[in-house]
Design a protein around this ligand. Structure first.
Ligand code: NAD
Length: 260
């Protein structure tokens, strides 16, 4: 379905980003991975994905907290990639603390990575998408783009922000053939969440699996983690012809979290 299209997925060396990149590659899209990690492991990831799906897999280690790195990434990509047809703004980090104890540098980093990076990537890809009259922008928000939790001020503010940005882009691009939508996952068991499970286990004197269950049951009525592949599946739907008329929408995959 996506043969010949190029998809950039930010923060895609692990978790939801990696699963989404794999899902798009499975549909035939060439992939640009981005993120941090061990160079050998990333090289293997690229090779395996390229072989498994028969697509090209490029990589950029641009730091999404830095607009100058993002500018440079696009400059470098323009030398080897004809265009970006699909942009998945996935990169995200977390830090938890009450507002009055929240480290200022963590606030700045979360806002830069979880929100501003999407503005920067979007301003780079929109002109080309508009010109070609086709483009798909998918922003990975969170249930925390819709509701709040204690101790997550920066994350919740950034995720509410990205939903706002999604809606503005959808309106600005409404007649252009370019869509922009957001996906809001509930708990997905990735390295980002594993850290929170470990912190809970430590704070409550629990075993890891007990803490994972405790974390889930506090918010997610199904009591099951959402699979990273399911976010990938939703992203594939949003790139499909069936979703051509879908824009400015928010898709929630949260095991009933926000139904409460
Ligand atoms: P993860 O920690 O598994 O992956 C994060 C990725 O971002 C990694 O590839 C990492 O290398 C990369 N990264 C981190 N900082 C970076 C930076 N400054 N520049 C470039 N790359 C950077 O996280 P995840 O759980 O897969 O989260 C992905 C997205 O999904 C995030 O936006 C997160 O907020 C969102 N989300 C996650 C959950 C969940 O339960 N895991 C729920 C809702 C939303």
């Amino acid at each position: 379905m996506l043969n010949g299209k190029y998809a950039l997925v930010t923060g895609s060396t692990s978790g939801i980003g990696l699963a989404t990149a794999r899902a798009l590659a499975g549909e035939g899209a060439h992939i640009i991975l981005n993120g941090f990690g061990d160079a050998k492991q990333i090289a293997k990831l690229r090779k395996d994905m390229a072989e498994e799906f028969g697509v090209k897999v490029a990589f950029s280690d641009a730091d999404m907290s830095r607009s100058d790195h993002i500018d440079l990434m696009f400059e470098q990509l323009s030398e080897s990639i004809p265009q970006i047809d699909i942009l998945v703004n996935n990169v995200g980090i977390q830090h938890t603390a009450p507002i009055d104890e929240f480290p200022v540098e963590k606030w700045d980093a979360i806002l830069a990575i979880n929100l501003s990076s999407s503005f920067h990537t979007m301003r780079h890809v929109i002109p080309g998408m508009r010109e070609r009259k086709w483009g798909r922008i998918i922003n990975i928000a969170s249930t925390h783009g819709l509701v709040a939790s204690v101790n997550k001020s920066a994350y919740v503010a950034a995720k509410h922000g990205i939903i706002g940005l999604t809606k503005v882009a959808a309106l600005e691009l409404a007649e252009s053939g370019v869509t922009c939508n957001a996906i809001c996952p509930g708990w997905v068991r990735t390295p980002l969440v594993e850290k929170q499970i470990e912190a809970r286990a430590k704070a409550k004197g629990m075993e890891i699996e007990e803490a994972a269950r405790d974390l889930l049951m506090e918010k997610q009525p199904t009591g099951r983690f959402i699979k990273p592949e399911d976010i990938g599946g939703m992203a594939v739907f949003l790139t499909s012809p069936h979703a051509a008329g879908v824009t400015g929408s928010v898709y929630v995959l949260d095991g009933g979290w926000t139904a409460q």
